[in-house]
Design a protein around this ligand. Sequence first.
Ligand code: 6PG
Length: 476
Amino acid sequence: EQAEIGLIGLGVMGSNLSLNIAEKGNKIAVFNRSPEATRKFYAEAGELQGQLVPCETLEEFVASIRPPRPIIIMIKAGDPVDQQMELLKPYLSAGDIMIDAGNANFRDTMRRFDNLKDSGLTFIGMGVSGGEEGARHGPSIMVGGTEDSWKRVEKVLTSISAKFNNEPCVAWLGENGAGHFVKTIHNGIEYADMQMIAEIYGILRDGLGMSASEIGDVFGKWNEGRLNSYLIEISQTVLKAADPITGKPMVDVIVDAAGQKGTGKWSVIEAQNMGVAATAIEAAVAGRVLSSQRTERLAAEKIFGLPKVAEAPKDKAAFIADLESALLAAKIAAYAQGFAVMSAASAEYNWNLPMPTIAKIWRAGCIIRSAFLDEITSAFTKDPHVPNLIVTPAFAQMVKDTDAPLRRVVSYAALSGLPVPALASALSYFDAYRRGRGTANLIQAQRDFFGAHGFERLDGVDKHHGPWGSGLSEFA
Ligand code: 6PG
């Protein structure tokens, strides 16, 4: 009996995904560049060995898979994927499907898809979220490629994906780069969620002077409410953990400089390319950049010192409730922005991205999974083409309810010198988005003044330049 699918790359993610596939009753062929890794993986697979076909050459690997062959490539994103595809190609036949399951830039995915166009081979760009645990026991899977290639892998992927109320968290989202684009935006939102939680942590720690463990308790409580989510849950867990070496709270000995591998940055770049304001995600990426400039920050603190923290509101419980609402409000902005980017990209690349489905498959398995995503699913199911999540009735009500707390929290942080770039950007986003009369009339006047760029008039009068005098076209 031939294997149903193959997988190349037995790193942690690849190994876990393979075990998940095998465990769900699918026979899978596996290959790794160094055969020792393949042998070790197989030796440790225990009772799942029967579902595994360990291979030491690409030739036997390919031959052991049932055509048309779906082959998952789970290796470091970038050039290694192109190299692996080239090595694989000589062994493949028409209809075979190479599946890149890494965090690829969707532009690479589009290129790879196009390059295979006349070869008879095809390509799937597949976003996989959920980290190591997700890969092993049920990730959220975002698929981009032809519908035919999706049909070939649908059964296996459905069997291994996370389930939310028995609904599988996997879907075909569109042609070519659709899956990797959606995964990139997932990560952009992930960055925003994480940054906003960290900003709230900063207010509790540096504003209210609470200990890591006390803050963990606050998050634990929030996790039972509207903010119920994986990221809040793990924040509680990490805040409560002690360092085995010093006995101090673990987070208190961790350097405050965040790493990043690029997907957050790509989502901001694509938002800009699409002309969509994704300010909360931008703030999150910038927040990580500033965090990484630790030496400069320490030097600057010597020059400027720190502002005195504003007096904390007397009613601490009420303020903590404000923080909870503020986080929800800011989260709404980040998700609304992320979905707006996807909707613009969907039009640009003709993907026809199904917004309700995207929200659905993010409800379990992925890093941003939350109760909140179920509410987004309902909102988009009722109104799949709404221009912005914020104006759906359910979210509009939530914004109305949380607007004042967000304002109080951002004010408190500003007066205390506590940086809250993502929370503040979310607030400004609301304030700009819901104001019918903005201030860009002045920008238009300036542009017309120095560049004769012209403007529209509110009264519709057909006169598009101001009385600025010399040299401007209207007066020339
Ligand atoms: C996921 C994660 C995962 C990983 C990213 C982001 O959905 O499982 O997004 O793909 O955490 O690579 O990592 P960085 O924070 O290092 O950019």
